[in-house]
Design a protein around this ligand. Structure first.
Ligand code: 5GP
Length: 191
């Protein structure tokens, strides 16, 4: 999505060679008109797949998931993050490692929010090492539902998640793919 690349080029901040900040328009202050445009774009990519729910993880995936769900006319669900597991059987859970925070946490969705008949589209703001999407995918599997694939606003293609998950059979679409972040010139290169 060219408009997203241009916005990232204009407003994105290269923190280091691994981390890009897009808080000014995407995941802290939100350009709502543009968010809804991204939602329509993402929904169009999965048109005809029979998606019944959009699933993300709190907090930064929620806005994008809501925009996609609005375009598709289906509910959006977000998994909550818990540092420790103290969970009952009526919850669907998965363990996720955060490289940015260097810690494991559980992501949790009430079991009755996803049924075996559901077709679930995963959504997130960033794809890096694929931990978040992989955890969401196992929640869908534990519910006995079908996963239609995943869509992210930004995939950092120099990190391993996209390749690992695609090789594992997950369809992943990215609205923008960042190939390289230059920590010195602060340049952002796209695929
Ligand atoms: P993964 O689970 O694929 O390793 O990382 C994806 C998650 O980490 C996303 O939910 C996102 O919130 C966060 N993340 C990873 N890389 C970045 C980044 O460069 N910038 C921002 N803002 N978040 C990131």
């Amino acid at each position: 999505m060219k408009a997203l690349e241009e916005k990232i080029r204009r407003e994105g901040k290269v923190i280091n060679e691994d981390i890009l900040k897009v808080g000014s328009f995407l995941n802290q202050q939100i350009d709502v008109g543009f968010l809804m445009e991204m939602g329509r774009e993402a929904a169009g990519l999965f048109e005809g797949e029979g998606v019944t729910k959009v699933l993300t993880v709190e907090a930064s995936g929620i806005a994008f998931a809501v925009a996609i769900a609005a375009a598709m006319g289906v509910p959006a669900i977000f998994a909550k993050k818990h540092e420790t597991s103290n969970l009952s059987g009526d919850q669907l859970t998965a363990k996720v490692y955060s490289f940015t925070h260097e810690q494991y946490y559980d992501i949790v969705v009430p079991r009755d929010y996803i049924s075996p008949g559901d077709v679930v589209l995963l959504a997130d703001d960033f794809l890096a090492r694929g931990q978040a999407l992989n955890g969401l995918r196992s929640i869908v599997a534990a519910a006995g539902a079908r996963c239609a694939g995943a869509v992210v606003e930004v995939e950092k293609s120099f990190q391993s998640g996209g390749e690992i998950l695609r090789n594992d059979g997950l369809r992943i679409e990215a609205l923008a793919k960042v190939r390289r972040l230059d920590p010195v010139t602060k340049e952002i290169e796209f695929d």
